[in-house]
Design a protein around this ligand. Structure first.
Ligand SMILES: *[C@@H]1O[C@H](CO)[C@@H](O)[C@H](O)[C@H]1NC(C)=O
Ligand SMILES: *[C@@H]1O[C@H](CO)[C@@H](O)[C@H](O)[C@H]1NC(C)=O
Ligand SMILES: *[C@@H]1O[C@H](CO)[C@@H](O)[C@H](O)[C@H]1NC(C)=O
Length: 327
């Protein structure tokens, strides 16, 4: 038995030596030192329809009021089937020509959603898009560090088994993802290492798919099984997602993790409410977006509707003795 354990230990060491890939890290320090302000939007690219333009206008207003540093997208950047290539005019029609307010002419850090994987996924990842609109920073999994806060951006579409086994009439572009199993195990290992290394006070994870949700798609079992343990083990403060076209806040009954959905960028009003095992604190079935203001001691989340009305505020603070060193 001891021999077996030693052997397993050896194999694990070897594996970690082999895959020493690290998640790409972007440093984006806030304009106002120690005080980050951002907007979070998801599930939006529909050429302005389904209130996408109304939401965009209000993002401009709130963005200006909060003097935001950047925007985060939870994915499904282009409906229905991502981009057809780097020259797809949807890039302008659903992004550049919609989000025109000065306050949101900041970098946009974007993850991919399942609909993005239904097009030419490599096009959305291609830095050539930044020559068309320098805001567009889309990668599969990466880190955005803003001093006291680290955002861990996680590529979630490959987790959902259905997309591989029962794609129906949809085609998923899995190029450069050799096998689902290897891709996911490498990603989880890289994420775990990056979380352990992080000295940020706030650790926030962003992905497209839901973990906890009362709306149409409900929970994503693959994420609860595979990703959630890594987040809980590393003291992540919140998991922020889209996929369900609504705004919601659910808190975990057995950890300090909060589940935040900001997927109201365009088509919404699914009229679905499913029971959830964790505690549902807020749910809005319509269009909208979220702001997030973070300081060393406090994080404040606000949801807005398509008129820019603040629907819900939630703040959480860290006692001084809870603060991890930040340097
Ligand atoms: C646009 O937003 C308004 C206000 O929430 C809502 O009444 C309307 O149904 C929305 N339109 C669509 C197409 O979702
Ligand atoms: C979680 O807490 C909520 C609110 O207290 C409760 O309604 C729910 O039953 C709890 N769920 C579990 C699985 O304990
Ligand atoms: C939430 O905060 C915003 C901005 O600070 C404020 O304007 C609004 O009245 C608050 N709304 C609620 C529902 O607490």
């Amino acid at each position: 038995m001891a021999k077996m354990v030693a052997l397993i230990g050896f194999v694990v060491t070897l594996l970690s030596l082999q895959s020493n890939a690290e998640l790409t890290k972007i440093q984006h320090l806030p304009k106002k030192e120690g005080n980050l302000a951002i907007l979070v939007i998801g599930d939006f690219g529909r050429k302005g329809t389904y209130n996408q333009s109304e939401v965009a206008t209000q993002m401009g207003v709130v963005g200006e009021k909060l003097n935001i540093d950047y925007v985060i997208s939870t994915g499904d950047n282009f409906y229905e089937d991502g981009l057809t290539g780097v020259d797809d005019s949807a890039f302008y029609e659903s992004f550049s020509d919609i989000y025109t307010a000065d306050s949101i002419k900041t970098p946009w850090y974007l993850v991919l959603g399942n609909h993005d994987y239904r097009g030419d996924v490599l096009a959305q990842l291609n830095p050539v898009l930044r020559e068309k609109d320098e805001r567009f920073v889309c990668m599969r999994s990466f880190i955005v560090n803003s001093g006291m806060v680290d955002f861990f951006m996680v590529d979630t579409p490959p987790f959902q088994l259905d997309y591989w086994t029962h794609p129906g009439s949809s085609h998923y572009d899995w190029r450069n993802i050799a096998s689902r199993e290897t891709y996911i195990s490498n990603l989880l290992q890289e994420l775990d290492e990056a979380l352990k290394k992080s000295t940020a006070t706030w650790k926030l994870v962003v992905g497209h798919h839901t973990m906890r949700s009362v709306s149409d798609h409900g929970d994503t079992p693959e994420l609860l099984q595979l990703l959630l343990p890594v987040l809980k083990a590393n003291g992540v403060d919140a998991y922020i997602n889209g996929h369900d076209h609504c705004l919601q806040h659910i808190s975990s009954n057995d950890s300090k993790l909060h589940y935040i959905t900001s997927g109201g960028g365009s088509k919404a009003w699914r009229n679905v409410f499913k029971k959830n095992e964790d505690t549902v604190r807020f749910f809005y079935d319509g269009q909208g977006f979220m702001s997030l203001e973070v300081s060393k001691t406090e994080a404040k989340f606000v949801f807005y509707d398509a008129f820019g009305n603040a629907l819900y505020n939630w703040s959480t603070s860290k006692a001084a003795d809870e603060l991890r060193p930040s340097f």
